[in-house]
Design a protein around this ligand. Structure first.
Ligand SMILES: Cc1cc2nc3c(=O)[nH]c(=O)nc-3n(C[C@H](O)[C@H](O)[C@H](O)COP(=O)(O)OP(=O)(O)OC[C@H]3O[C@@H](n4cnc5c(N)ncnc54)[C@H](O)[C@@H]3O)c2cc1C
Length: 371
């Protein structure tokens, strides 16, 4: 379909900044650009009819790293690097809360509990033994002992007698968070064009020519915020990682409240609207889940059903209401990639499983790469 003179002139001419992707990073990048360049023409191109990667699909944990995750990180990073990683997540959540307000995204701090399956004796011992040391390490960030043991009050089965709880971990309504961000972006006079896939670009010293599935145009600068889909456009070390989730129908008198992780974070669940949202199991088939195609696999869904019935809700009847998946961006390192790729092209990608905590800051930092 040919575009009209008016369509080109109004939406696709004299574009200062084009952001590819309207996830948490793309939206925060746009807001920061508006702050820095009040008069600029800012355009966001999004391939989904809604944001369609991880930001509208996730579990809504505002987390900073469970104790086993922090211990695993200490095996491959220095203490200082781990402190910086956790501090970045903590500050990122404060930034998100400041930008949107707790009410707008139903932000609650109910604690985050790490459970240990009976078979995970060694890991449990290691975490219990190192709890004080990790609390001391992270004290400068949380100004308190973040981790403490708590009894199995929610009646999970097949797990050790105590959880290790992070007292500051929170949870939010992912849909409300994204809707709130989209509203801020609209209020800031930024255009989002949905169902537009960027297929190719070529950059020279003055601009970037962008080819989409519908039209071609030029933009002075382009900022790529496509996370797990980044390999389709750029050659950085990012791999797609699909994550599968299910949610139950509402359960009367559902006792559990908070966020929960087990098996070194490969499984996670929480309460929301009297339901249990449960996801994970990527470790059952890493290769198969290294894909940017949405979908569920029987192997993982059967396992999620089994754990939900045997561990999480052993005494409570439930029905599964809905299943979905999302695509994350991971790589050899946990650190996101925020960098300038050529004179007018930039990227902020590889958010891993912590995008709620760090997405606001990464979007901000991506925008700040512009001189
Ligand atoms: C099931 C699941 C559970 C998770 N749970 C949590 C959690 O509890 N807590 C937490 O902190 N993190 C969680 N995460 C991770 C978190 O959601 C991500 O780190 C974060 O959303 C990444 O944001 P983003 O903006 O970088 O990427 P995305 O949200 O993936 O945004 C990228 C956007 O780019 C668009 N796009 C891609 N290619 C193109 C193209 N060529 N042209 C135009 N548009 C394009 C996509 O459609 C997408 O909307 C979870 C992720 C998943 C999948």
């Amino acid at each position: 379909m040919e575009l009209s003179y008016w369509e080109y002139k109004t939406w696709l001419t004299n574009v200062d900044f084009t952001i590819v992707g309207s996830g948490i990073v793309g939206l925060n990048c746009a807001l920061r650009l508006r702050e820095r360049f009040p008069k600029a023409k800012i355009l966001i191109l999004e391939k989904g009819f809604l944001p369609q990667g991880a930001s509208t699909k996730n579990a809504g944990f505002a987390c900073f790293g469970s104790i086993s995750e922090i211990l695993a990180d200490l095996d491959i990073h220095s203490e200082q690097e781990v402190i910086e990683l956790v501090a970045q997540r903590w500050k990122g959540i404060q930034k998100l809360r400041k930008n949107l307000g707790d009410k707008a995204m139903d932000f609650q701090v109910n604690g985050g509990h790490e459970l240990f399956l009976d078979a995970a004796q060694e890991l449990y011992q290691k975490c219990v033994q190192n709890q004080s040391e990790i609390n001391a390490l992270l004290h400068p960030i949380f100004k308190a002992d973040a981790f403490h043991g708590s009894p199995n009050t929610f009646g999970f089965k097949g797990i050790k007698e105590n959880y290790i709880t992070h007292r500051f971990e929170g949870q939010l309504d992912t849909g409300k968070m994204m809707n709130g961000l989209l509203k801020l972006v609209q209020q800031a006079g930024i255009t989002i064009l949905n169902s537009i896939t960027v297929e190719h670009f070529s950059a020279d010293r003055s601009s970037v020519k962008i080819k989409t599935n519908r039209f071609e145009f030029s933009s002075k600068k382009m900022l790529i915020a496509t996370n797990g889909f980044a390999p389709q456009l750029i050659g950085e070390d990012v791999k797609p990682a699909r994550a599968q989730v299910l949610i139950t129908k509402p359960i009367e008198n559902l006792p559990l409240k908070g966020t929960f992780h087990f098996d070194e974070g490969y499984y996670y669940f929480r309460n929301i609207d009297n339901r249990v949202l449960f996801g994970g199991g990527r470790n059952l088939d890493f290769k198969g889940e290294e894909t940017d195609r949405f979908g569920n696999s029987q192997l993982i869904q059967v396992h999620l059903d089994k754990l939900l019935k045997e561990v999480i809700l052993p005494e409570t009847p439930f029905t599964i209401d809905h299943r979905w998946s999302g695509i994350m961006g991971t790589g050899m390192q946990k650190k996101p990639i925020v960098k300038q790729l050529s004179e007018n092209v930039y990227c902020g990608v590889r958010l891993g499983g912590m995008g709620i905590a760090i997405g606001s800051t990464i979007g901000h930092n991506l925008a700040d790469l512009i001189a």
